[in-house]
Design a protein around this ligand. Sequence first.
Ligand code: ADP
Length: 261
Amino acid sequence: GGQTSPQQFEENTLSEVRRVIAVLSGKGGVGKSFVTGALAVELARRGNSVGILDADITGPSIPKMVGMSGRRASGLGKLLLPEVSAGGIKVMSSNLLLENETDPVLWRGPVIAGAIKQFWSDTSWGPLDYLLVDMPPGTGDVALTVFQSLPVDGIVVVTSPQDLVSMIVAKAVNMADKMNVPILGVIENMSYVTCPDCGKKIEIFGQSKLEAVAENYGVKVLGRLPIDPALAAACDAGQIETALPAGLLPDALAACEAIEP
Ligand code: ADP
């Protein structure tokens, strides 16, 4: 809407992507990719066709999570074809283009920006109900590239309790305003641990400040996820599609599904 007209974006005339949702964080390691994967799995389980554009070019972790380790994306002429997971999730990632997935990505800014654009405009996504974008960490230049390259409909912000939550939410709100894209809400990851004996929730980083911060900035809290080592291990083993418990992020799902296609 408003300031940014769709004509400014690179076109992808081949695909019919109905909604694009960007998942962003203030820094790396808070579980942005995990939340992206979890949302994708839940949306797919509900019968939606789902893709993940892994825009975290230098730290790509989506392919491994959905069991695509060692796989390589194929091309069709100038087009890239996304890889498809066992659960039907389509993925494009720098990881699928490297000769060895352990090779570091040493590309400079402009090359990274070019890759992100290609993952949108030169990838044959086909019809998708949802394309989730695993954003590069932070709210800097590379994140801006995403908003300038593809028509993002909504933003999910992922924080952790150790984060400077207020600063991250402020930056996200700022970026969203500038780009004229709504923030769907904030998800706090690694929010607490559940005692294996009594089931009590223990907030090991102290009581969450998220509610207060979210209210202050007028954004919704879309969920809080516990630290779950078993689930993390399953993700490492490429098993997120089978290991993810049902109904983990109901409010986040509802926010995604509320976007008009
Ligand atoms: P980011 O995308 O923000 O860099 P990741 O999603 O790659 O972060 O997560 C970083 C690491 O933390 C991964 O090894 C992941 O499996 C683990 N992790 C993420 N969320 C959780 C969680 N809720 N409980 C346990 N481990 C988690």
